[in-house]
Ligand binder design. Structure first.
Ligand code: FAD
Length: 481
């Protein structure tokens, strides 16, 4: 009788899990599952303690679901990816594994690890099979007429949708219960040796069932208002499925099929499509990561932007991190991030822009800080978002387009609902002044327990334009040197 092993990583679910489904196809095979925690590697990747906790809780949940199907999930903890390959090989030998099934991860270190694992297992006669599971369409399958990866999102999205019209990626069911199910008396899972920070369970309830409920509820009604509601941070107008997608408690195919179930015309109805288009942004950044692996090494996509002379200013960086810049929308967003481990997309754009274009601090420092805080921290989307804001990436904001943090606040949190939620010291400031509380304090002749703006936006903007212009010109000069 054959023994099949499913190596779970960022695919912590039993429904629509390609590797798990394939491993269970042979009804007579013994199926085992394995999760390997690698704390030292996670630290090197700046994984947020909240994300580590979310992973831990999700492993517990999927372990229970697998046990009900008669599949034992084993867990191993070792330092890093190199050690994980050795431990995986050992595990396969101990359990006489014949075949390994796993879902691809697309980051450089993960791909190296998987290639090493396949080689090591091949040497002990274990056949490995990988699957493109965390995407709607495999990287490399949506290309320009010249068979190249798109560098601009809109034509990518168009080509992507054309592919979806030709045929939808299939969702596969959870495995049927196997011989011996359910498995009882599972020992308690030992917490990983990594700082595990509590998560806001109201915001991110743990488990596949809860995630599916959230997806269903969002696709039934809120998705209709998404085009208007998505930009207001005080409104719960987005799906909040990012953390589930990142650790693989949900798959993007489940999102697509649920949307189509509720709105069969989602691919052509621009209102509904607007949410799907965001999922396609996620795909775009993943496809880019595979086409341009240097993105994983935090290299800017536009080469000349390497020459931008960033400022080193610890006081400014700390003020940004702590939400004490004197710009209310930036500060409320950062305090929300620090307290909850999540940030609204519009606020990610505003805070990233502020760090880069108002403080002229290297975007990689912000990218890293976000990873250390976000429950949904994902290299592809985070790098994509930061390079977009920094004007260093594919299809990013042009460097001369610089958000004004005050007018962004006025546009997207007009009455200051979100700001007041996170800046209690501005509770009494009237709506009219909520984005410039210093003006109100001056008028009233009072002192607010809130900092004055740490930079003058107009002057900062000028300085940033000069820095980018100088970098661009030095590159041009190099070409003709
Ligand atoms: P919804 O608006 O409901 O969108 C549905 C899904 O589409 C999201 O869950 C996400 O998977 C995807 N999506 C939405 N917007 C984007 C986008 N701009 N780029 C890529 N995918 C998108 N997203 C992450 O998942 N992890 C990150 O680490 C991350 N870092 C970011 C950093 C910056 C500077 C910026 C500007 C954006 C970042 N994003 C990141 C993208 C986006 O902000 C989040 O995906 C979104 O806010 C999650 O909330 P939601 O699930 O309610 O999204």
């Amino acid at each position: 009788m054959a023994t099949h092993l499913v190596w779970l990583r960022s695919d912590l679910r039993i429904h629509d899990n390609y590797a798990l489904h394939a491993a269970c196809r042979d009804k007579d095979a013994t199926v085992l599952a394995l999760f390997i925690a690698t704390p030292k590697q996670w630290a090197a990747h700046d994984m947020a303690p909240r994300q580590a906790r979310f992973i831990f809780c999700s492993v517990q949940d999927v372990r229970q679901s697998l046990a009900e199907k008669g599949i034992a999930l084993h867990t191993i903890e070792c330092e890093d990816y190199t050690a994980s390959v050795a431990r995986l090989t050992e595990f396969c030998q101990q359990h006489s594994v014949d075949r390994l099934f796993y879902n691809y991860q697309y980051e450089v270190n993960e791909r190296k690890r998987d290639a090493a694992a396949e080689r090591a297992l091949f040497d002990i006669d274990v056949i490995s099979q990988g699957f493109d599971d965390s995407v709607l369409l495999p990287p490399g399958s949506v290309l320009t007429g010249n068979r190249e990866m798109y560098k601009v999102f809109t034509p990518f999205s168009r080509a992507f949708v054309k592919r979806l019209h030709e045929g939808l990626p299939e969702c596969v069911p959870a495995p049927a219960a196997r011989h011996g199910a359910p498995l009882n008396d599972m020992p308690a899972l030992r917490p990983f040796d990594y700082p595990l920070q509590d998560i806001d369970e109201e915001m991110f309830p743990v488990g596949e069932g809860k995630a599916l409920q959230r997806l269903r509820a969002f696709c039934q009604a809120p998705v209709i208002d998404y085009p208007q509601a998505r930009n207001a941070p005080s409104v719960n107008g987005t799906s909040r499925v990012s953390a589930y997608l990142t650790v693989g408690v949900l798959s993007p195919r489940q999102c697509l099929h649920r949307l189509l179930r509720e709105h069969p015309h989602a691919l052509v109805d621009s209102k509904i499509f607007s949410w799907l288009n965001e999922l396609i942004w996620r795909e775009f950044y993943r496809h880019l990561l595979v086409a341009f692996p240097d993105l994983c090494r935090h290299k800017p996509f536009i080469d000349w932007t390497r020459k931008v002379q960033w400022q080193q200013n610890d006081a400014h960086l700390k003020a940004w991190q702590a939400g004490k810049t004197g710009y209310p929308i930036v500060d409320a967003a950062m305090r929300h991030l620090n307290a909850r481990g999540w940030m609204h997309n519009r606020l990610r754009m505003i805070t990233a822009s502020f760090l880069i274009k108002d403080l002229l601090i290297d975007w990689r420092i912000g990218e890293r800080y976000f990873m250390t805080q976000l429950i949904d921290g994902d290299l592809a989307s985070n790098n994509g978002g930061w390079q977009w804001a920094a004007s260093t990436g594919t299809d990013s904001a042009p460097y001369f387009r610089i958000f004004n943090p005050t007018t962004q606040g006025e546009r997207f949190d007009k009455d200051g609902h979100f700001i007041r939620q996170w800046l209690p010291e501005l509770q009494d400031v009237p709506d009219k002044y909520i984005h410039q509380p210093g003006e109100w304090a001056e008028k009233k002749g009072i002192t607010l327990d809130y900092p004055a703006p740490i930079v003058d936006h107009k002057a900062a903007r000028r300085q940033t334009l000069d820095a980018f212009e100088a970098a661009r010109q030095s590159q041009t000069r190099n070409i003709y040197a």
